[in-house]
Design a protein around this ligand. Structure first.
Ligand SMILES: C[S@@+](CC[C@H](N)C(=O)[O-])C[C@H]1O[C@@H](n2cnc3c(N)ncnc32)[C@H](O)[C@@H]1O
Length: 251
């Protein structure tokens, strides 16, 4: 029996899939995919014979029942999630239930939206002397976040802050962030990054809400709030002529 493959689809473009993810898709008999989140272009990689099942209207129990049936009938099953499997993918609840059925799984990671957004802007989020920490988080919203991970606590670090699933709450988010970051802190706004209709731009923090509303962004939108987005050419130690290390000892 084949394990069920939980595959990260990456942000959208099919050439941003890992080779392993593409391999699992090309040999799938059944594809169970998060159609409200995954770019449809990715699903074209499966063979013609492959059955495609959309999960946007299904409950977890219904999804698990399909996964179990298909796997037990000897099929190669791919459960496809957007971005990376480690972030807001709900794979944990799937895997816990499948473990109860003794079904083996494998997880194939993907490129996350924050990586695609930073790359799309040709930026690094960790600039020496400016910011050395990246936070991946979200506004509280309907799901809620633990109190010790409130947006205020995250913002107080003034790190590179990547916010998933937060466009619905942008007004509240902007006002909280303005208590900590300067008004002109750049905010990268990525909507459907790497999809054919991608929107990718940088706006000052005090215009984050106006920008979001103007472009009617609600779903598939990621924000990166970061002083790194405007920093000048700060040098790292790694490539400094005055910094010696194992591979470049004192000359
Ligand atoms: C359910 S979460 C899944 C995140 C995903 N696992 C990841 O690693 O990117 C969905 C959220 O991810 C972000 N997202 C995913 N793909 C995106 C893309 N192509 N462009 C912008 N944001 C994206 C948005 O914040 C969206 O609301």
């Amino acid at each position: 029996m084949h394990p069920i493959s939980f595959v990260g689809a990456g942000p959208g473009a099919s050439d941003l899939l890992t080779l392993r993810a593409a391999d699992r898709l090309r040999s799938a008999d059944t594809l169970v995919w998060a159609d409200s989140l995954v770019c449809p272009a990715i699903t074209k990689l499966v063979p013609e014979r492959c059955e495609k099942i959309r999960t946007s209207k299904m409950t977890l129990e219904e999804i698990i029942s399909v996964l179990v049936d298909k796997q037990r009938s000897g099929q190669r099953v791919v459960r496809l999630h957007d971005g990376d499997t480690a972030l807001y993918s709900a794979i944990n609840e799937h895997i816990c239930m499948l473990t109860d059925y003794n079904i083996p799984v494998e997880v194939v990671p993907g490129i996350s939206a924050y990586q695609a957004t930073a790359a799309g802007l040709a930026t690094e989020l960790t600039i020496p002397g400016v910011v050395q920490t990246v936070i991946l988080g979200r506004a509280s919203g309907r799901t809620g976040v633990p109190n010790n991970e409130s947006l205020s606590r995250l913002a107080a670090l003034k790190a590179s802050l990547c916010l998933y699933l937060s466009a619905h709450y942008v007004e509240e988010v902007q006002s909280t962030l303005l208590e900590y970051y300067p008004v002109d802190t750049p905010v990268a706004v990525g909507h459907r990054v790497s999809w054919p209709d991608e929107l990718l731009s940088v706006t000052p923090l005090n215009e984050m809400t106006a920008f979001t509303r103007k472009h009617k962004l609600l779903r598939t939108t990621l924000y990166i709030v970061s002083p790194a987005l405007v920093s000048g050419p700060q040098r790292s130690c790694l490539y400094s002529p005055n910094y010696n290390h194992l591979f470049r000892p004192n000359l």
